[in-house]
Write a protein of this length. Structure first.
Length: 295
């Protein structure tokens, strides 16, 4: 027991303490001492300081991530998980047919144009109500090389943009670029052709890198060269969706422009959110208009 008159820890009354918290001045024992910028603090004061300390933000308003690649790794994990599921089920499975994007559905074997009239296997399309394909197709891959190249590109440039924009803005960029690519596929691809892959989102990230580099006055030549090579491959090699690549690229440039060129100040986040909502609304209108044409 401590001697009379000897200070004791406020959390452990049975322990002598000759150290006081730098914030509240209460005596604390070694088990309650927490390193602070100056001296030691008690657990309550340290927790309160962490709650009230303003978290660092990126150059464009997002919260600066402590791990600059966590969102990128989660996106890669989702893509890989869906690829494994497709490989296990097979490209002729109902799972695959529901995940890939087709502008219009058809009846396999009988040629019926509506699901109610189909007596065989119905292959769904977006115009028939399978609107989820606009996003699920951007996370779906069938071939090893396809997912390999896309995930390598995502792993290389994703963390850089995540660090610059913040997690939420980076995720919005990735998803909206993918949806923009899907919208162009919906309009410009053959009506019954299946399209899949994260390439639209990846091209969107390339476009965003170009916008960010231009904004900060960096070297854009290497990014332009990389884009030129990928666009050349897109338009010269068969069975590559130029629609998804081009739509994703344009979508990424527009979204990055909204995020990067938003005016600084207390209303920057509101401006960015309004811009992203506008982009999403325009994509939705394009999808609705195409559905009306195909109806």
């Amino acid at each position: 027991m401590p001697q009379a008159g000897v200070p004791t820890c406020y959390r452990h009354p049975g322990r002598e303490s000759h150290i006081r918290c730098q914030r509240c001045a209460r005596p604390i024992c070694p088990d309650c001492m927490r390193d602070a910028a100056v001296g030691f603090q008690c657990p309550e004061c340290l927790a309160e300081g962490q709650r009230t300390t303003r978290q660092a933000r990126t150059a464009y308003g997002g919260l600066r991530p402590t791990n600059a690649s966590i969102t990128t790794l989660v996106l890669i994990g989702i893509n890989v998980a869906i690829w494994i599921a497709i490989r296990g089920a097979g490209t002729g499975s109902e799972l695959y047919q529901n995940l890939v994007l087709r502008p219009s559905g058809f009846c396999l074997g009988t040629g019926a144009l509506t699901e109610s009239a189909c007596t065989g296997f119905w292959i769904p399309g977006v115009s028939d109500g399978a609107y989820w394909q606009l996003i699920t197709s951007t996370f779906s891959h069938a071939q090893v090389l396809h997912i390999g190249f896309n995930m390598l590109a995502l792993y290389m440039i994703g963390p850089q943009l995540e660090q610059v924009l913040g997690r939420a803005r980076f995720l919005a960029l990735y998803l909206l670029a993918g949806l923009a690519g899907s919208a162009v596929v919906y309009w410009a691809a053959p009506e019954y052709q299946a399209t899949l892959g994260a390439s639209g989102s990846i091209f969107g990230l390339f476009g965003a890198m170009l916008v960010v580099a231009y904004k900060v006055g960096g070297q854009v030549q290497q990014i332009l060269m990389l884009l030129a090579v990928n666009l050349f491959i897109t338009f010269t090699i068969p069975n590559i969706s130029w629609q998804g690549h081009l739509g994703g690229l344009v979508g990424g440039v527009v979204v990055a422009g909204v995020l990067v060129y938003a005016p600084r100040g207390p209303r920057r986040t509101a401006f960015q959110v309004s811009g992203l909502v506008t982009v999403a609304a325009l994509i939705a209108l394009a999808v609705i208009a195409r559905s009306a044409v195909l109806a």
